[in-house]
Design a protein around this ligand. Sequence first.
Ligand code: NAP
Length: 309
Amino acid sequence: MSVIYDRVALIGLGLIAGSMAHAMREAGLAREITGFARSEATRQTAREIGLCDRVCDSAAEAVEAADLIVLAVPVGAMGEVAAEIAPHLKPGATLTDVGSVKQAVIEAVAPHIPAGVHFIPGHPLAGTEHSGPRSGFAGLFRNRWWLLTPLPDSDADAVARLSDLVRAIGAKTDRMDPAHHDLVLAVTSHAPHLIAYTMVGVADHLRRVTDEEVIQYSAAGFRDFTRIAASDPTMWRDVFLHNREATLDILGRFTEELFMLQRAIRMGDGQQLFDYFTRTRAIRRGIIEAGQDTEAPDFGRAPGVTKPA
Ligand code: NAP
């Protein structure tokens, strides 16, 4: 594979930036990758594990002469970081972000971007419940979607070049309107995370059970909730605070459906439950047919394994 950007700067050195660094290096997509994280501890770890070619002690130093700058910090920190690096950006450079919310990030970042710098917001639909500089791996984005939400005046060549990079690190890319992105992600990711957090919280309220049966007999459904609910608290706090309207809309609909199912159970309306579950089963089939998940029982886990490795 050939070089797509001479110099790439990663601001924030956690799961997503680390995975990008590994993937870009594996495929030889950048001549030099610089990085910066706000804490000395993270910078030190990044140096120890050789996360990028050069870990800098300031964001300004990291972005100097960079052709591509990636903001990989929590959504709520994007604006502040953009303001800090803005005076140091090279004319003609591309600035992207990997935030899980798009409209709020655009509102926070765009006002700081100097003329001549291409701001192209993005979001890789790939992640794990792990975070920090040691959690990244090259294969994270393989066959996953990476949505770009260019602005109306985004430069077409700059968008095409960023799309090339995304594809070269193994992802599939598509373009989406930022508001639409936030609604789609509220359905597919943000509301499900909140529901997982809630379910694990409910189990925790039953302390007697938590101490014993819930953990010992943890079945697939609850286990999957606990994995999701182990996700980074800062990242998810920021997602809900910054995708407020769409998430509240979806949670409102969720609550209505829940009441409807609750009533069906109370009234012994088996037909309604059966019809509902038949519809949802078809949705699962559609996800498998679209190549977004495995058909293997229990997500391909080995029988008898109760804890993910
Ligand atoms: P992460 O592993 O927790 O790393 C976050 C990085 O941001 C760390 O280097 C951290 O620095 C830095 N940071 C935290 N708070 C900051 C602040 N207030 N100001 C400046 N820097 C700060 O996070 P991640 O999973 O890579 O997520 C990064 C971005 O990707 C987020 O916007 C998230 O929404 C998005 N995203 C995440 C996933 C996922 O599943 N994890 C998937 C897609 C997109 P220190 O280490 O020095 O504290």
